[in-house]
Design a protein around this ligand. Structure first.
Ligand code: PLP
Length: 263
């Protein structure tokens, strides 16, 4: 590795099954040629069949990991994933200000596809008020966008309404990922505070092996922003990466298999 390699940070939960969370992020960073550091906020006992247990990491340990990374590395982009509770969100927001981290990608992870709670209900407001204003971009999927805004997203126009509502929470830009809709094409919609709107479309691949795709998308985006790429280029690279990972899926485990990073 060259000593000029960009360093990025993921602040997220561990997935013992290796498909989502910290593990997906670090694999994505490696594939996109950035050096990945990590702050682990929770340990999940998890596999392709679901989440069997969630163990939040105590605040002091989260704080110390943030400090260890913040005091040593020059971090050019940060991804936040599963933060689980209010204490952790507050610590993360403080660290972002203290270490002047930029290019913050907030993936508002709330519930796993298998239905397990990954963010306590009372922490959602803290996420909106403390972390969103620090974000370069927030990347909800459709259920997360619905939860954040209280809107039901059915038609195309509803996506734009939800994006506007998320922008009004003080974020610079939002990408609503369309993978949960069942249309022939998956459309991700990007909107920023200046009114720029970009749509990223791809053919839907019919597979159940999509565990960790949300984490992977945001991790690639973080890597690309960490390399100082423009947001539109970074989004395009992330979209291509995730499409290829889903097209070349590997079947592992007995449930929803992980995305294929080497694809
Ligand atoms: N587990 C962890 C630690 C995560 O960060 C996420 C991601 O959002 C998930 C599980 C959920 O993954 P999925 O909904 O793709 O199964």
């Amino acid at each position: 590795m060259s000593d000029s390699m960009p360093c990025v940070l993921t602040i997220a939960g561990s997935d013992s099954g290796g498909g989502a969370g910290i593990q997906a992020d670090i694999k994505s960073f490696q594939e996109r040629d950035v050096f990945g550091t990590s702050v682990i906020t929770a340990i999940t006992a998890q596999n392709t069949c679901g989440v069997q247990g969630v163990y939040p990491v105590e605040a002091k340990a989260v704080q110390q990991q943030l400090q260890s990374v913040g005091e040593d590395f020059f971090i050019s982009a940060v991804k936040t994933g599963m933060l689980f509770n209010t204490d952790t969100i507050a610590l993360v927001a403080n660290a972002i200000s203290e270490y002047r981290w930029k290019n913050i990608v907030v993936d508002p992870v709330m519930v796993s596809t298998s239905g397990h709670i990954l963010l306590e209900e009372e922490a959602i407001d803290t996420l909106k008020t403390k972390l969103f204003p620090l974000a370069r971009i927030v990347t909800p999927n459709i259920p997360e966008a619905e939860h954040l805004t209280g809107l039901k997203i059915e038609k195309d126009i509803d996506i734009l309404k939800a994006a506007e509502r998320i922008l009004s929470m003080g974020v610079k830009s939002v990408l609503i990922k369309g993978g949960h809709k069942k249309d022939e094409y998956v459309e991700d919609v990007y909107v920023d505070e200046k009114g720029v709107c970009i749509r990223f479309s791809s053919k839907r691949i019919d597979t159940k092996n999509t565990h960790g795709t949300g984490c992977t998308f945001s991790a690639v985006l973080t890597a690309e922003l960490g390399k100082r790429n423009n947001i539109d280029e970074a989004l395009m690279t992330s979209k291509r990466y995730i499409q290829s990972a889903i097209e070349n899926v590997i079947s592992l485990g007995h449930g929803h298999g992980p995305t294929n990073h080497g694809a």
